[in-house]
Design a binder for this molecule. Structure first.
Ligand SMILES: [Zn+2]
Length: 133
């Protein structure tokens, strides 16, 4: 068993948020990254995939679970177990400079009420861990 370092996935902000298509295209990216990892690191099967999903990423864990088996079918991650872990949303208020926790992309700063909060974490999805054979 080997653990590999994760990779960041980014996509255009607000693009196809909230649709099942969104999750499917993300999963296709994941599959591509896994296949590239397999070529460069020489493994042939993945038994477990941990995805870290930012609270602000508008990725639906249920849609991801649903799509995972479909998208991974026929790949080296077919039948792999999917583990989903949450990543909190964090921002820096551009007015008072404090680091704040965010529930949505458009939360104002809870300290000073400013809407100018720069997102620093939680808008992304990452492949956090892989267990491979
Ligand atoms: Zn503030």
């Amino acid at each position: 068993m080997t653990n590999l370092p994760g990779a960041d996935l980014h996509w255009p902000e607000g693009g196809m948020a909230g649709t099942a298509m969104h999750e499917l295209s993300l999963l296709e990216n994941v599959r591509e990254i896994l296949e590239n990892h397999a070529l460069s690191q020489n493994f042939t099967k993945i038994t477990q995939v941990t995805l870290e999903i930012g609270k602000l990423s508008s990725v639906e864990p249920d849609a991801l679970r649903f799509g995972f088996d479909v998208v991974m079918k026929g790949s080296l991650a077919e039948h792999a177990e999917l583990i989903i872990s949450d990543l909190a949303g964090l921002g820096i208020c551009q007015q008072c400079g404090l680091q704040v926790e965010l529930e949505t992309l458009y939360d104002p700063c809870p300290h000073c009420g400013s809407p100018l909060v720069k997102i620093i974490q939680g808008a992304e999805m990452k492949i956090k861990d892989l267990i491979v054979i």
